[in-house]
Design a binder for this molecule. Structure first.
Ligand code: G6P
Length: 362
């Protein structure tokens, strides 16, 4: 059954390994043979009339929102804001004339998000919840809901729900962009890229031994670590750092790579692990420069790069994918670094201290 661990030692690894299936399943659920999105027309129409989209979420779902913003803006040209629900609830954002709210929540029960939803209902703002639990509170109370179709996620650290959220955001973005007759939405080969992403994840999964060795060598006995990236790799760096913190207890920061030199580079000491994400063609050369800056201060750098941008000695090389969807593959390497670091340290990977799967208090 879907909620059993099967032969896996931990749910987290099982759920990481299920991700190719999640992508295939989402493509089947929400795209037709030709790759055209099949989304409730009320949702597409509502979104296409919006002059601004506001995304609210917490934790990993917030990070999926940051990636979603990039995809939505690229395909629909509708300005999109992302906010922590916990902040927006009591400091409501200034609204445009025709706002549309999207709530991202694996559980659909996060109290911080519910506060914003309640206020939105009062103000009659159209609300859509993307959740993995279709009967959840946030799904029932919003005007519209879409299922993430990721199957039960048991490990406290979220993995497959994150890539499902990004995928559903991309499906929505393509649907709305096509409705608005945006060329970039029509040209966006979502179905093909989801199939490629599934293959790319399989390929990352096949490098598990190498990731475990690198984790053992550079991360397990480290007190702190950094993930760095530019462009869409920056929000992925935030999620990657959160994953490592949650399950390994190593203090990790995700950083926009070029910002390090404006202050935080003072934390780099001989041996500090820095994991660099290199998937943005526009800034790949600049990333290499940023990597040299930390190497010069003694950092131990692990590189994760798309094949077309990779150099001979990069550590993890990823299948090429549309830039906007590259997080679907790159995050998996980070999930595995977190998993193996935690496991090698002998920690309870699925139930990190102090954390709950869903937080129903503000
Ligand atoms: C908790 C979990 C996180 C999760 C966050 C948001 O803090 O430990 O893994 O990202 O809640 O949860 P949601 O269910 O709203 O996505």
């Amino acid at each position: 059954n879907a909620a059993s661990k099967g032969t896996y030692e931990f749910y987290m690894l099982k759920e990481i390994c299920e991700q190719p299936t999640v992508l295939h399943h989402l493509a089947q659920t929400y795209l037709d043979q030709a790759g055209t999105p099949q989304v409730d027309p009320k949702i597409t129409t509502g979104l296409s009339r919006a002059d601004r989209i506001y995304i609210f979420a917490a934790g990993t779902s917030y990070h999926a929102g940051l990636v979603g913003k990039e995809i939505i803006e690229e395909l629909t040209e509708i300005p999109t804001e992302v906010a922590f629900a916990s902040e927006a609830g009591y400091h409501f954002p200034i609204l445009s004339q025709h706002p549309f709210f999207i709530f991202l929540s694996q559980s659909g029960e996060t109290a911080d998000s519910r506060v914003v939803l309640q206020e939105a209902i009062k103000r009659k703002i159209p609300c859509l919840t993307l959740t993995n639990v279709p009967n959840s509170t946030l799904a029932r109370e919003a005007n519209y809901a879409m299922s993430l179709e990721a199957g039960p996620e048991i490990a406290v650290a979220s993995t497959k729900a994150y890539i499902a959220q990004i995928t559903v955001e991309a499906i929505l973005a393509k649907a709305v962009g096509e409705k608005l007759a945006k060329k970039r939405a029509k040209d966006f080969l979502l179905k093909e890229n989801l199939a490629l992403a599934a293959e790319g994840i399989e390929q990352v999964l096949s490098t598990q031994d190498k990731i475990a060795q690198l984790a053992q060598k550079y991360l397990v006995s480290s007190r702190n670590a950094f993930y760095i990236g530019r462009g869409i790799d920056y929000p992925v760096a935030l999620e990657a750092a959160l994953k490592l913190k949650e399950v390994s207890y190593i203090q990790t920061e995700g950083f926009a790579a070029a910002e390090l030199k404006h202050g935080t580079i003072s934390l780099i000491e001989p041996g500090t692990p820095v994991i660099a994400l290199i998937n943005d063609p526009l800034t790949a050369d600049l990333m290499r420069g940023n990597i040299q800056e930390v190497i010069a201060r003694g950092a131990k750098v692990i590189t994760i790069a798309s094949q077309s941008l990779a150099k001979a000695n990069d550590d993890i090389v990823l299948t090429n994918l549309n830039y906007y969807l590259s997080p679907l593959i790159s995050v998996v390497a980070a999930q595995l670094f977190a998993y193996y670091t935690s496991k090698i340290k002998g920690l309870d990977v699925d139930k990190p201290r102090n954390l709950a799967k869903s937080v129903t208090v503000e």
